[in-house]
Design a protein around this ligand. Structure first.
Ligand code: ADP
Length: 176
């Protein structure tokens, strides 16, 4: 179920820094085994209305890629910022980076940078893009070969909370 109209959203109030911190916990031991340091750079909790499962999957995916491409003893930082009309999360790594020709392509189905044989399906970023766009946010990457990669996504602040999610314990029905 990957087409935008097929994505069912379960909107709730959540902490963006909290979702990032949970993803860091989940992938911490994987990074630790390779001597990679993981850091969260966030000045507050950043409360957002979003589908927390989807957003956590996006963060976990970006973080998983960062760990996959970071060198042993590498460094990964997750930044969360308020940019006015939206919150922005960035996963920064110090891996090989991505050639300019592939910065947009890698978000398309099955696209991988040639010569980077690290397994995977080339679908992770496509799914990330679908989830972010379902929230009316944007996802992109900034990188230069040899200088690491910074994957960004935004979540707008004006996503309305569905009435049943605002009222306490209203049966937990998912909204369409
Ligand atoms: P895959 O399952 O191949 O990792 P993704 O859609 O997650 O699929 O990523 C697509 C491609 O983008 C990867 O195969 C890789 O070439 C490139 N890529 C993704 N993240 C990074 C990163 N942090 N550093 C360098 N290249 C990356």
């Amino acid at each position: 179920k990957m087409e935008p109209h097929e994505i069912e959203m379960n909107l709730k109030e959540a902490s963006l820094a909290g979702l990032a911190s949970h993803s860091l916990d989940i992938l911490g031991s994987l990074a630790q085994r390779r001597g990679i340091s993981l850091e969260l750079d966030s000045s507050e909790e950043f409360s957002v209305v979003c589908d927390p499962d989807q957003i956590e999957r996006v963060i976990t995916n970006l973080l998983g890629n960062a760990i996959k491409f970071a060198p042993d003893d590498g460094r990964i930082v997750v930044h969360v910022d308020d940019i006015g009309s939206a919150f922005r999360l960035c996963v920064e790594d110090n891996g090989p980076g991505i050639p300019a020709t592939h910065l947009e392509k890698i978000f398309a189905k099955f696209e991988q940078v040639p010569g980077q044989r690290r397994g995977g399906t080339g679908l992770g970023l496509t799914i990330c893009k679908r989830f972010v766009e379902a929230h009316k946010g944007r996802i992109w990457v900034e990188s230069e070969v040899g200088k690491g990669a910074r994957f960004y996504f935004t979540i707008p602040k004006d996503i309305p909370l569905p009435a049943e999610a605002a009222g306490a314990g209203a049966g937990g029905e998912k909204s369409a």
